[in-house]
Design a protein around this ligand. Structure first.
Ligand code: 1GP
Length: 238
């Protein structure tokens, strides 16, 4: 069976670039979901990520089911904590915030998620999640109570990514934070992508097509777009 992770690996080998639309359940109005899915279906997106730093409403299962009804793209959970797990999705980025030193986000939430995950058939994709300074405090920083890595110290960012790979993570996610003022620099993306062998996800503060293209070109295997699509459902209309 071809898993979602194997598809990402295959795309990396073939140098096919991937694009995920991130949907935050807290910001979705289920009444408009048809229109939103239609826009995603017309877009170049290859994946749908679902999640957010907090997620306070209770529509996760319903949202995933609605997407599944009308869209064939793989649905990958991108959870801020164990309350954001739905067995209706296809896979989960099992994140460890390896840029931070808060044990809750390094291992505690993951331990607490196990009994929930054991009851699902979600594909679990171990992901080293690295938060990088982006000009102002972001929700990830606030919620996780961790400091992002200094964007002027690319060597340390690379060391962190390589530590993630050595620990057995299957993906590295360079995150500037949702709505970040400054996205992860192309120099950092290039340095990390050249020096790890696992696929690289990059997101946070990417707001236009040119930037998506440049991020891919710099070495990201998969780019994540959240806020720009949230703010403008016509974002993908050329
Ligand atoms: C956030 O990387 C994602 O976790 C997407 O960020 O909302 O800024 O696109 P944006």
């Amino acid at each position: 069976m071809s898993t979602i992770y194997n598809q990402i690996l295959k795309a990396k080998t073939e140098n096919k670039k991937l694009l995920a639309v991130l949907l935050d359940p807290d910001k979705i109005d289920l009444n408009n979901i048809q229109q939103l899915i239609e826009k995603i279906n017309q877009s170049p997106a290859t994946h749908i990520f679902v999640g957010g730093s907090l997620v306070e409403n209770n529509i996760l299962d319903e949202l995933v089911l609605e997407i599944k009804k009308n869209c064939d793209l793989p649905i990958v959970l991108f959870p801020g904590n164990p309350s954001q797990i739905s067995n209706k999705a296809d896979a989960i980025l099992f994140l460890s915030l390896i840029s931070g030193r808060n044990s809750d986000y390094l291992i505690e939430h993951q331990v607490n998620a196990v009994p929930i995950l054991n009851k699902t058939s979600l594909e679990i994709i171990s992901t080293g999640y690295i938060l990088i300074e982006s000009g102002a405090e972001t929700a990830v920083e606030r919620v996780s109570k961790t400091k992002p890595l200094n964007r002027n110290n690319p060597e340390y960012i690379l060391q962190t990514a390589q530590a993630g790979e050595m620990l057995g993570k299957k993906l590295i996610y360079l995150e500037a934070g949702s709505g970040a003022k400054v996205s992860v620099s192309k120099e950092i993306i290039a340095l990390v992508s050249k020096n790890i062998t696992i696929p690289l996800i990059v997101g946070g503060g990417i707001t236009n097509f040119k930037d998506i293209e440049k991020t891919h070109k710099a070495g990201a295997d998969l780019v994540v777009i959240g806020t720009a699509f949230e703010n403008n459902l016509n974002f993908f209309n050329k």
